[in-house]
Write a protein that binds this ligand. Sequence first.
Ligand SMILES: *Cc1c(COP(=O)(O)O)cnc(C)c1O
Length: 506
Amino acid sequence: MSAAQVNRSRPIYLDYAATTPVDARVAGCMAECLTAAGDFGNPASTHAYGREARTRVESARAQAAALVGARPGEVIFTSGATEADNLAILGLARGARAARGAQALHVISARTEHKAVLDPCRQLEREGIAVTLLTPADEGRVTPAQLQAALRPETVLVSLMHANNETGAIQDVAAFGALCRAHGAAFHVDAAQSAGKLPIDVQAMGIDLLSFTAHKLYGPKGIGALYVQAARRVSLQPLMFGGGHERGLRSGTLAVHQIVGFGAACALAARMMDGEAVRQAQLRARLWAGVGSLPGALLNSPSVHALPGVLNVSFAGIEGESLLFGLTELALASGSACNSDSDEPSYVLRAIGRDRETAQSALRFSLGRDTSPEDIDTAIAAVRREVLRLRSLAAVSASGGEPECVASGEAGAREQGTWVRFMLKMEGGTIAEASHQAYGCPQTLAACEWLSGQLRGRPWADPGLGGALDWARALQLAPDRLTRLLVIEDALRAALAAAQRRVAPG
Ligand SMILES: *Cc1c(COP(=O)(O)O)cnc(C)c1O
C-alpha cells in the first residue's frame, strides 16, 4: 500500500511523471543491503562481503539491462538520468573531438528535450561544437524527415527522447535509429519517462546510448543507468575520474542498495508494464472525457502517440498556477511560470506551438500504479469546479453595462500574465462596496481579494491603503512579486480616478 493511500489527508497524487514512490517490494530488497546483517560490502573488495555485494550488483545490472533489451555488460550505473544524459552527450562529443582533432563536429537534438539534454548541448556549443535543435512538427513529434534533413557529414551525435515528460509525446525512435545508423552518427535516447512504461529494445531500435532512471519507475531516487552499445564500440570520455569503476566511465563506489532497488524496480516494471499500460490508458481516457468537455479545454498531449499515464491540458483564459492553487485535493504539475525564475511558461509547450497564455494555463496529469477510477472522478470534479470559478472571476464584462454608481478601472493584460479590474460602488464620499475581476497568479488573486475587503467603508478620495510596496509587506510577499502588485496598484488607481470622474464629471 502506498503512502498516498495510507495517509488520506494528503492530496491525490497525480504527478508520477515527476517521481514515483518506491514500491514496497523494492524497498525490501534495498533494506537487505544496508546493515551489518545484510550485503553491505563494497563490490570492489575481494573478500566475502565484497563478493556478496558484487553478486547483488551484477544481478541488478542484468535486470536493468533486460528491461531495455541490452546485455548486462552494456549498462553503466549513474546517479540518475541527468548524469546519464550528460555522460552520453558530453562524453560522446568530447570523445569524438579527441579522436578527430580539429575537425568540425555537429550534434542534433530537439527543443522539447529535458533540460538534462539541452544544457549539455548548450555546453557543447560553448566548447565549439555546432548544435541543431529541431522544432517538433505536429503534436510535438519530430518527424524522421526533419531528422534526415538536419543530418550533416560532420554530425557525430543525435539525441532525441523516447517520451516527453510534459506532454507524454512518444517519438518514433526506431525510425531515428535507422537514419542514424545509415548516416554513421551515434544515437542517444533519453528514456527516463518511457523505461518500464513502453517496450524498449535498444538493438531493434538502433539505439547506441540510452538513459533511464529508477525514481520514475517505482525505484529509489539517485540511481539510474546509461546503456552504452558495445558492438559498435561507441567511445565515451568519462565525466568523473577516480577508481575506474564501471569500465572507467563512472568512477565511485557503487551504491549497492540503490542499484539493487533499481534492478528490482526494473524487473517489477517489466512484469507490470502491459497491464498497467492498458489500465492507465483507460483512466486517461476517463479523465479526458471529464475535463476535455469543459469549454476552452485544449489537449497538449498527442491524441494517439502519448504515454498511457500522461495527459496535458490547457484551459483557455485560466491561469495555471491559480488553478493548481485551488485544486487543494490534487497534487499535480502546471506549465505555469509563476514560481519559476524565468517568467516564461513551459518551453516545451511553447516549442510545440502553444502561445504564452495557453502554455501558462496548462496542467499535467500523470497517473501511476496507485491511481484509481475514484481518484480520476475526484480530479474531474475538482478541475470542473475550479475552472468554472476562475473563469467567472476573470470574466471580462462589457464595461458599458455597469450601473451608474459603479466606477471601474483595470490594468495589465492576460498575455502578460496579469490582468486586474476593480469595481467600486460609491455612496457619498465612501466606498460602499468593492469587488474585482482578475487573471493571474495565486498571489495576485489573494492580493486583490485582500484589497477588495480593505476598500469597503473607506473614503474613495483617499482610501489610505498605500501602494504596492506596503501591500507586499502586509501580505508578506517576496519582492519578486512586486511587478504583479504594481499592476494591481495601477488598476486601483484607475478605478479611483473613474470614481473621481463620476462625482465631478468634466
Ligand atoms: C526525470 C527526467 C530526467 C532526469 O532524471 P533524474 O534521474 O531525476 O536525473 C531526464 N529526462 C527526462 C525526460 C525526465 O523525465
